[in-house]
Design a protein. Structure first.
Length: 94
């Protein structure tokens, strides 16, 4: 799967949320996100421009490998591979 991210800064959040609601979007939840990134002691993944992340949110725990960023003038594009895991603590120990 390809991750496509666009960050928009300096917006009026209240106005933009109203636009989203008017377009039919609704809030589906909120919560705490647990994240942990892994690398070798020498930082081999970071040097290659890739990352390995463990994330837990809403009872779902995933281990994700994120590939190198692809060149684009304003979007952040990268290949992602995600594996669902049983528990944050179990995957963290692995």
């Amino acid at each position: 799967m390809k991750e496509i991210e666009l960050k928009v800064l300096e917006i009026d959040a209240v106005v933009e949320l109203k636009k989203l609601r008017k377009a039919g979007f609704k809030k589906i939840g909120e919560g705490v996100i647990l994240e942990k990134y892994f690398d070798t002691p020498k930082g081999s993944l970071k040097k290659k421009g890739v990352s390995l992340r463990l994330r837990g949110i809403h009872g779902r725990v995933e281990l994700t490998f994120k590939g190198k960023k692809e060149k684009h003038p304003f979007l952040k594009l990268k290949e992602e591979n995600t594996l669902l895991v049983d528990s944050f603590e179990g995957a963290e120990q692995f």
